[in-house]
Design a binder for this molecule. Sequence first.
Ligand SMILES: Nc1ncnc2c1ncn2[C@@H]1O[C@H](COP(=O)(O)OP(=O)(O)OP(=O)(O)O)[C@@H](O)[C@H]1O
Ligand SMILES: [Mg+2]
Length: 242
Amino acid sequence: MKYTQAVELDSVTKHYPHGVTALDDVTIGFGAGTFTAVMGPSGSGKSTLLQCAAGLDRPSSGRVVVDGRDLAALGERKLTLLRRDRIGFVFQSFNLLPSLTAEQNVGLPLRLAGRRPDKEAVRQSLAAVGLADRAHHRPAELSGGQQQRVAIARALVTRPAVLFGDEPTGALDAGTSRDVLRLLRTLVDKQAQTIIMVTHDPVAASYADRVVFLTDGRVYGELPDPTAELVATRMLQLEASC
Ligand SMILES: Nc1ncnc2c1ncn2[C@@H]1O[C@H](COP(=O)(O)OP(=O)(O)OP(=O)(O)O)[C@@H](O)[C@H]1O
Ligand SMILES: [Mg+2]
C-alpha cells in the first residue's frame, strides 16, 4: 500500500530548559501532495513543530514519522541522510552562498552528499522555479524573490518527500511574495510536492489546502480551503482567546 501521509506527529511534546513547553501533545498528519500552512501567535511553537517534523530537533516525547520512517528509530547518521535526501527546508533568510552562482547554489546539496552535481537535476530544479535563464547569476545579481526561488530550487534538487518553509515569504514585499506562493502552489498541483509552511500572513495561508492553528504549543483548530478573510477572522478569535 502506498504511504499517503508524508509526515505524522503522534503525541509530540517538546520541553526546553527553564520549564518551557514549546509543543504540548501534538498529534497531526500531513498528507502526501498537500500544502499546509501553520499559523499562530509568536511563541506558539510553530518553528519548534517544523524543527521536530524535519528531524532538525528531537522531541522530548512522542513519535515523528517522515516518509514512512520513525525518526526516533534512526541514529544520527541515518537521520542526517534522511534529512539530506528526503527533506527540504527554506527559511525567511535565503541562506545562499554569495560567491556561488544560482546553479552552483542549487547543486550544493548534491555536492555535500559527495555526489557530482547532476547537471540535468540542477537544470530541472531551476526551470521548475522559473529561473532557467538566471543559472549563472550570483545572489547579489538577483531580486529577493528570485533569491528565494533559488533557495527553493536548492531545497527541491534532491526531490524531497516534504518541503518545509519557516516564513519563506516573511522578508519579501507583497508582489514578490505572491510570485513565490504561486510557485509553491504550482509545485503541489503539478508535482504533488508536499509542503508545510509557517506564515503570519493570511494571504500567504490562503494558498494552502488547509491551515493548522497553534496556541501555547497545542493544535487549536484547522481550516480547510482557507480564504484570506476566513484566516484573518480565525486569527483574531485565536488571539482574543489567548
Ligand atoms: N532553543 C530554545 N531554547 C529554549 N526555549 C526555546 C528555544 N526555542 C524556542 N523556545 C521557546 O519555545 C516556545 C516556542 O517557540 P517557537 O520558536 O517554536 O515559536 P514560534 O511560534 O515559531 O514563534 P515566532 O512566530 O515568533 O517565530 C517559545 O516560548 C520560545 O521562547
Ligand atoms: Mg518561529
